[in-house]
Write a protein that binds this ligand. Structure first.
Ligand code: SF4
Ligand code: SF4
Ligand code: SF4
Length: 301
């Protein structure tokens, strides 16, 4: 990347954002998007065997530091809970199943590619965008390193390259954007999955598939497709035998988060609130949205 161009952005973007107030948010929303026609992935945690091949394939496809595939057979990593970071855009965690302790429960986590991404909404220079194909993509050239996206994301996904002193970037799952849109391939993690725990397709078709799996296998899954409605819907969705409240996927309302973050952000720029205060405000919003998720579930439960 041309660092001088990026430095220019760093010097000008915050000031420009304050001047243009309401239009500071550069995340462009597609008019009346048909999310059912966008790409998504259905993660069937019942089928996931925790083999970690998806982790290797992701590292390989994204040219992240990695080891040979065999090294990913090491299951000792499951002793610690892991999160995606700047060197691993997806990780699999494994626990004893809360329903049957003799069984394992494995959960692959990565960016959810939300229909209304809070990260894009919080980004004042439009470095993160929801594409019309579905993936939420990142443009390092535009990024000024403010890290508002990290605070805004309800899934705590975007990671920052703190160890890169020269040109640190925000990192997250790319949904293998070029592979799927230009090469006509499946995402690398989906392509390697040996047990059909990952299904790639149009979001609407995946929701139908999820319902047909639940109907065909009574008692196999809880009656909940995680991501169908959470935060207005996500491109990556999950099926599970375990109540999602017992997983690391956060309890969230069906309200899209950008509705909240954009309002706050515009108010912040109008009032010239310093960036540190914005971190605090966004953090409080995320905290309260999680609480609302608890309440929404109690009301429906
Ligand atoms: S490759 Fe498939 S089965 Fe293996 S851990 Fe990843 S999602 Fe699960
Ligand atoms: S999961 Fe987080 S990083 Fe991914 S699209 Fe949603 S808000 Fe953005
Ligand atoms: S879609 Fe691509 S970038 Fe995202 S987790 Fe799968 S392999 Fe990694």
């Amino acid at each position: 990347m041309d660092i001088r161009r990026r430095d220019f952005f760093k010097l000008t973007a915050l000031g420009s954002a304050a001047l243009v107030t309401g239009s500071a948010n550069a995340s462009e929303h597609v008019a009346d998007p048909d999310y059912d026609e966008m790409y998504g992935v259905l993660v069937d945690t019942v089928a996931c065997i925790g083999c970690r091949k998806c982790e290797w394939a992701c590292n390989d496809a994204n040219k992240l530091p990695t080891q040979e595939l065999k090294a990913f057979e090491d299951k000792s990593v499951f002793q610690q809970h892991r999160r995606p970071d700047a060197k691993a855009y997806t990780v699999v965690n494994q626990f004893a199943s809360p329903v049957d302790p003799d069984k394992k429960f494995s959960l692959k986590v990565q960016c959810m590619h939300c229909n209304g991404p809070a990260c894009a909404s919080a980004c004042i220079v439009g470095a993160l965008q929801k594409t019309e194909q579905g993936p939420v993509v990142y443009d390092a050239w535009k990024c000024i390193g403010c890290r508002y996206c990290m605070v805004a994301c309800p899934f705590q996904v975007p990671a920052y390259e703190y160890a890169n002193a020269v040109d640190p970037q925000v990192r997250k799952c790319t949904f293998c954007f070029e592979r799927i849109t230009q090469e006509g391939k499946k995402p690398a993690c989906v392509a390697i999955c040996p047990n059909e725990a990952l299904t790639f397709g149009k979001r609407g078709d995946l929701i139908e598939l999820a319902h047909s799996r639940m109907n065909a296998n009574p008692g196999r899954y809880v009656d909940h497709i995680y991501g169908e409605y959470e935060v207005g819907g996500t491109a990556w969705m999950y099926l599970s035998a375990v109540d999602f409240n017992n997983t690391e996927l956060p309890k969230l309302t069906s309200q899209p988060i950008p509705d909240t973050t954009e309002t706050i952000q515009h108010g912040v720029f109008k009032s010239f609130v310093p960036p540190l205060a914005l971190y605090g405000v966004l953090g409080l919003v995320m905290h309260s949205l999680r609480k609302d998720g608890d309440r929404e579930e109690a009301n429906h439960g």
